[in-house]
Design a protein around this ligand. Structure first.
Ligand code: SF4
Length: 331
C-alpha cells in the first residue's frame, strides 16, 4: 500500500439553514454536507471522488484545503493537522503548507482575472510565497507554460485570448507555480468540449508521472475518473458509500448505489450490452437525510434493517471498503 500523503478522518461539515422573519432570523436545521467521512490519498496517487451533484464532493475539497472550516474531524497532511497548523503555526509555516496544497477550479473562465496577463497570473504565487527570486520569475513562468503545453509568447496575452482548454492549462500552470505536493482538481474538465477533455486529462496524468504530485480528482464523470485515478471514493448525501482501487470498483462494485452509477457509464463497444439501473425518485434533501442507510428510499435491495440502522463503512477484501448491510451478497 502506498504511503498516505493526505488522511481525512471522520470529517464533518454542516451548513446552518435559517428562516427569516421581518426582524428575526431563526435556525431551523442544517445541511448535512459532509457527515463523518474518512479517506486517504497516497503519495503520487490520484483519488477520484464521485457522486451526483449536491452529494458533498466540492465541499469536501474546500474543507480539505481549509477554504471552508470543518465542524469536527481531522485532515492530516504528511501527518500534520492542516486546520490546526493554519490556525496556530507561524506565518512562514502556514505559507509553506498553503504552497503544498493547491486547487484547480471547474470554471477556467471565472477563475482567471481578465485584467491580468498570463505572466502575472502564473507569477502571482511567487509574489505571495516569495519562494522564487525575482530574476528567476521569467524562466520559471516559461518553463511552467511549456510543462502545460503552451508557448512562451502566450505569457504576454490575456485570458480572453485563449480557448477553454488553454485557460484550464493556465489554471494548472498557476497551481503548479507553488510546486505543490497535492492538488484538489474540482471538475477540471466538465466545462470543456469532449475533444479538449482528453488533452487536459492526459496532461494531469503526465504531470503526475513527472512530478509525483497527488490529486483529489472530484468529478461526476466516471469515465474520466477511471482514466486518471488509482483509487475511487463514491459519495452519496454527505457519506462515503464505497472506496476501492479503481479497477476493483469498476469491475466488482459492492454497493447498490455504486452499481447504479456505473450502469449509466457508456461503454465504447457496440457488442457489449449493459443494463441501466434507473433509480426511483430524487436525491433526498441533505437538510433532513433519511434514517438508517441514506440510500434506502431509492435502493432496490432495501430491507427493514436499512431503514433502521446506518451501515458502517467496513473492509471487505483488500483495500475495499463498503457501507452496505448486504455487501457480501454482491461479492
Ligand atoms: Fe441498499 Fe440497504 Fe445496502 Fe443501503 S444498506 S445500499 S439500502 S441494501
Amino acid at each position: 500500500m502506498v504511503e498516505p500523503l493526505l488522511q481525512v478522518k471522520d470529517l464533518v461539515k454542516y451548513f446552518p439553514v435559517y428562516q427569516r422573519g421581518i426582524l428575526t432570523r431563526k435556525k431551523v436545521g442544517d445541511v448535512h454536507a459532509i457527515d463523518k467521512i474518512s479517506f486517504r490519498v497516497g503519495k503520487g496517487e490520484t483519488l477520484g471522488l464521485v457522486g451526483e451533484s449536491g452529494c458533498g464532493k466540492t465541499t469536501t475539497g474546500k474543507v480539505v484545503l481549509e477554504l471552508e472550516q470543518k465542524d469536527s474531524g481531522e485532515v492530516l497532511f504528511e501527518g500534520k493537522d492542516v486546520h490546526e497548523e493554519l490556525r496556530r503555526a507561524p506565518r512562514a509555516e502556514k505559507l509553506a503548507l498553503r504552497r503544498n496544497m493547491q486547487m484547480v477550479f471547474q470554471n477556467p473562465y471565472g477563475s482567471l482575472d481578465p485584467r491580468m496577463t498570463v505572466f502575472d497570473i502564473i507569477s502571482e504565487p511567487f509574489v505571495i510565497h516569495k519562494h522564487i527570486p525575482r530574476d528567476e520569475w521569467q524562466p520559471r513562468v516559461y518553463s511552467l507554460l511549456k510543462m502545460v503545453g503552451l508557448e512562451e509568447y502566450h505569457a504576454e496575452r490575456y485570458p480572453h485570448e485563449f480557448s477553454g482548454g488553454q485557460r484550464q492549462r493556465i489554471s494548472i500552470a498557476r497551481a503548479l507555480a507553488t510546486e505543490p505536493k497535492f492538488i484538489v482538481a474540482d471538475e477540471p474538465v466538465s466545462s470543456l468540449d469532449v475533444s479538449i477533455r482528453a488533452q487536459i486529462l492526459n496532461l494531469l496524468e503526465d504531470l503526475q508521472k513527472r512530478t509525483g504530485i497527488s490529486f483529489l480528482y472530484i468529478s461526476h464523470d466516471l469515465s474520466s475518473v477511471r482514466q486518471v485515478s488509482q483509487h475511487v471514493a463514491v459519495m452519496y448525501l454527505g457519506k462515503i458509500f464505497e472506496y476501492a482501487p479503481v479497477n476493483q470498483l469498476f469491475d466488482k462494485p459492492l454497493n447498490p448505489y455504486t452499481m447504479a452509477l456505473l450502469s449509466a457509464v457508456p461503454i465504447p463497444d457496440p457488442e457489449t450490452k449493459t443494463k441501466r439501473i434507473i433509480l426511483p425518485g430524487d436525491v433526498p434533501s441533505p437538510v433532513n437525510p433519511p434514517s438508517g442507510c441514506r440510500f434506502h428510499p431509492r435502493c432496490p435491495y432495501a430491507a427493514d434493517i436499512c431503514r433502521a440502522e446506518e451501515p458502517p463503512l467496513r473492509e471487505l477484501g483488500s483495500d475495499h471498503l463498503v457501507a452496505c448491510h448486504f455487501a457480501e451478497k454482491f461479492a
